[in-house]
Design a protein around this ligand. Structure first.
Ligand code: ADQ
Length: 867
């Protein structure tokens, strides 16, 4: 138990890959027994779980053929920190052997371990292993929710604190959160990473980085060892996910929640190590003048063992006076011994040690003593106590506890700590001699310096190191963690929240891109972007304030607004009701320009026939609140209002109807949609609109902003990548190609207001007339045709048109019947252009033009407000 017990105000559920002890079968009677494993984490955290009546969820360390029936109670003689943990407080996660192997070895060890240690060449990215990782995380999550239910049943008023540990469980949080929200179970969710969190340059190599980051963001509070890792994480959230962040207060906004990111340097049970060192018998019998260099590591390629032995070899070459007088004792714990890479590392190390020993050994002295195995805590403490120099030189390490254990055990003649700056510990243990393990010569020099350091300097350095580690021990770490999640019994902490997004905040996103002289194209989705989502499309009303700002913007010179919606063009126009802007309906299949030009993308005749059949079938299914929205060439079947228990049945029926009619089913917000089977979407429609309005070189001259909330908007975000600033309005865990995320429609309004203010000095257009549409330099014949029919037409309200497009052949169909391209048709007061589809070459050329690039996310440190 810690000397000063730490009280948590919440019962704690620890979720880690491993249980805090190892379960194995007693070879004599076949009964399950607990074996201790006394790491720092277990020592610090297990007492809190015991004290708060919490639970520990984890894998027991063995696959038991007949499944785990019951976790054994601890031995009455057990004095370890987990002794008080009753079997009823342990939730074992029993996983299928193959799935576990894919998750643990295939994903955690073969991918995350090297990647997070900034060794991407060693990382293996495999989709099936990632799937196994997801499955196992879900399994852990399900058992954690079960644990929450158990605690809630016992004491309904408690809010359990769930603490997820390490890179094995980066996706569990959102599953836990979703299940608990559904059942109304209040919880606190925290995560701690024991390894480094690398920079964006490394994280972006992981093919599913967005899922990973959003998985971690499922927690309320995230902990890393050092500040650098916190800033790396925040940077990734900003650059990969487009989240709002506050670097100064270490906050990230995601799904309308503020997630706090804390640097919590882990440490050791300092006093326990001091006691061990004071009582441990001498195990290394040195000669009077002999000095002991010590290395203690898991045998892992991140620990820099090969580099260390090479530096020692260089020391003996350069400073022969150390021969016969200095011994290097390397203790290496076997680790991941079934993995080829680790077997190869062991072979390399064996050979290197053999070669150095062969080169320098004498009859009475060998330069390197090598223990490949675990040593007892007593023995370890004695090594630490009696070593002259401890060499802690990982190539990369989250923290490294060995450095701290050595310092704690230095109870006699003070030694020297050599520390790599690439270990988290290098960040705070300033009095250690820092050494870059990659610089063999320099390394040898520093080894020599450590071995010859005068006593007064050693004393001074060690005293400072010990003072700090005593104060910042593992209990301090635990207290800091509990404080960061507002669960420390004897302390108050006012949680920080990211300030709500306000108008001025858009300066960070847009001020480099939009200024008073910009020609601005504003491309906006309607539902969920301008108007809040409602139970029925007719109820999704444009807020009056948004309408007013849009009207004023539409009246400004050099501002063009286009609304690109999944509604029919007539309907979206009716919902918005502003003149002088472009309306694109049916995901851009119909585009109505303010000058009256109506573009309708041609659709195959077969599609129209199939659609008619499907329509009839779907109409028959319009029961129990389901209804069909007929938008012409697109139809949408809504089932939002269908009672929950009936939804699955109706979804199956609809899916069958789509399959039978041969049409592709598109899923949107609680609805299914049939769309023409042509390569046209909001992205191509957006480019089409921009090209029509501004000419083929629009991206050189126009500042373009796109905002949308839906999956269909992603097509536009992708198409406009590098040519526009894009926003995804979402409060969900979604993958997006947008540069930034906005939480809701209010944020879109704030953006419009900011733009209005920015362009405020412009005078409004007279009579809503836009002269420039016709005066653009034209890219090709098609465009000049569009623009030649511009100003004189359709200034009044636009009439509903019932235009059917000419049949377009399905490629390969015997009914192929190409329409005559090029000639605009007239229908009422509207010109209808049917051949405005960009060729793929044109389209690619356009995408490749990036001269007029929108600004990338700023990376400078921000203060108060979040970016
Ligand atoms: P590890 O990579 O395991 O931990 P480290 O922090 O050095 O690295 O901890 C190793 C532990 O193993 C120490 O407590 C040490 O005493 C013990 N140990 C090493 N060799 C031993 C031996 N031969 N016999 C017995 N015990 C031995 C991960 C991260 C680290 C981070 C910790 C804690 O990689 O960076 O410091 O988690 O968060």
């Amino acid at each position: 138990m810690p000397l000063h017990p730490i009280h948590s105000t919440s019962p704690m559920i620890v979720v880690a890959n491993r249980l805090p002890f190892i379960i194995s079968k007693d070879p004599e009677n076949g009964k399950l027994i607990r074996k201790q494993c006394a790491g720092g984490l277990v020592t610090a955290v297990a007492p809190v779980v015991v004290e708060t009546g919490g639970l520990w969820v984890g894998w027991p360390g063995v696959h038991l053929e007949d499944g785990i029936v019951e976790i054994p109670e601890s031995d009455p003689e057990d004095k370890s920190p987990t002794a008080g943990l009753k079997s009823s407080q342990v939730v074992p996660v029993d996983l299928h052997k193959q799935v576990f192997d894919d998750y643990y070895n295939g994903c955690c060890n073969a991918c995350f371990w090297p990647l997070f240690h900034s060794m991407p060449d060693r990382a293996v990215f495999q989709g099936d292993k990632w799937e196994a990782y997801k499955t196992v995380n879900q399994e852990f999550a399900a058992l954690t929710v079960e644990a929450v239910r158990r605690l809630k049943k016992k004491s309904p008023n408690d809010v359990p604190l769930i603490w997820l540990h390490d890179y094995h469980l980066m996706l569990a949080a959102n599953h836990i959160r979703a299940a608990c929200e559904l059942e109304g179970l209040e919880i606190k969710l925290a995560f701690f990473l024991h390894i480094p969190f690398p920079s964006w340059d490394i994280v972006r190599l992981f093919p599913w980085d967005d899922e990973l980051l959003q998985g971690i963001l499922g927690c309320d509070s995230i902990g890393f060892h050092i500040e650098d890792y916190c800033l790396n994480f925040i940077d990734c959230c900003k650059r990969r996910l487009g989240c709002r962040v506050d670097r100064e207060y270490r906050l990230v906004e995601h799904n309308m929640r503020t997630v706090s990111v804390n640097h919590l340097p882990i440490s050791i049970p300092y006093d326990r190590f001091v006691k061990l060192a004071e009582s441990a018998p001498v195990v290394v019998k040195n000669r009077a003048k002999e000095q002991l260099l010590l290395g203690v590591d898991r045998l892992d390629y991140t620990k820099g063992l090969v580099h260390r032995i090479k530096a020692f070899e260089r020391l003996l070459e350069k400073y022969p006076e150390h021969r016969n007088n200095v011994t290097f004792l390397q203790v290496a714990v076997p680790s991941r011994t079934d993995v080829k890479e680790y077997q190869e590392l062991k072979e390399e190390l064996d050979q290197l040690i053999g070669s150095v020993n062969g080169k320098f050994s004498t009859a009475n002295w060998s330069p390197i003593r090598y223990i490949y195995g675990c040593v007892s805590q007593d023995q370890l403490a004695a090594f630490y106590r009696d070593a002259s120099v401890c060499v802690v030189t990982p190539l990369r390490d989250g923290m490294n506890l060995v450095a701290k254990e050595f310092v704690a055990c230095q109870t006699r003649e003070p030694g020297v700590l050599l520390l790599s700056p690439f270990a988290g510990a290098g960040n705070s243990m300033h009095e250690a001699l820092l050494v870059n393990p990659y610089e063999t010569n320099e390394f040898a020099e520093i080894l020599n310096r450590a071995l010859t350091m005068p006593k007064d300097e050693r004393e001074l350095r060690m005293r400072q190191l010990r003072r700090r580690e005593k104060h910042l021990d593992v209990n301090f770490w635990l207290r800091s963690f509990l404080k960061s999640v507002d669960c420390l019994a004897d302390s108050n902490r006012s949680a920080s929240r990211i300030l709500p997004l306000v108008e001025d905040d858009f300066g960070h996103y847009l001020s480099d891109y939009v200024n008073e002289s910009s020609r601005l194209a504003l491309l906006l989705d309607y539902d969920g972007t301008l108007a809040p989502i409602a139970p029925h499309p007719d109820l999704a009303i444009l807020p009056s304030e948004t309408k007013k700002v849009l009207e004023r913007l539409a009246g400004m010179p050099d501002v063009n607004i286009a609304i690109i919606s999944g509604r029919s063009v007539e309907n979206v126009q009716k919902m918005i009701g502003i003149n002088g802007i472009t309306y694109a309906g049916n995901h851009g299949f119909e585009i109505q320009h303010p000058d009256g030009t109506l573009f309708i993308h041609p659709v195959p005749h077969e599609y129209e026939v199939q659609l008619e059949v499907l329509k009839q079938k779907l109409l028959e299914m319009c029961q129990e609140g389901a209804w069909l929205e007929d938008k012409g060439i697109v139809i949408t079947f809504h089932y939002r209002e269908v009672p929950k228990p009936k939804q699955r049945e109706i979804m199956e029926k609809v899916t069958t109807a789509f399959r039978e009619s041969g049409l592709k089913l598109h899923h949107s917000h609680m609805a299914y949609e049939a769309r023409p089977p042509v390569t046209w979407n909001k992205g191509r429609a957006a480019i089409h609109i921009l090209r029509t309005l501004f000419g083929v070189d629009w991206s050189d001259r126009i500042s373009t902003i796109f905002a949308g909330d839906d999956k269909t908007d992603e097509d536009a975000m992708r198409a406009l990548q590098g040519m526009a600033v894009t926003f995804r309005v979402t409060a969900q865990t979604v993958r997006t190609a947008a540069m930034h995320r906005l939480p809701n429609t209010d944020a879109v309004l704030a953006m419009l207001r900011w733009i209005e203010k920015r362009l405020g000095s412009r005078s409004p257009l007279m009579n809503g007339q836009r002269s420039r549409t016709g005066s653009m330099s034209m890219g090709n014949g098609q465009l000049s045709r569009t623009n030649s029919i511009s100003n004189s037409m359709c200034n009044g309200p636009i009439r509903k048109t019932s235009v059917t497009s000419p049949p377009m052949p399905i490629p390969g169909s015997p009914r192929s019947n190409s329409p005559t391209p090029g000639s605009p048709r007239t229908c009422g007061r509207h010109k209808i252009i049917t051949n405005m589809v960009l060729s793929d070459d044109d389209y690619m050329n356009l995408l490749n033009k990036k001269n007029h690039s929108p600004p990338r996310s700023p990376t400078s440190i921000q203060t108060r407000s979040a970016f």
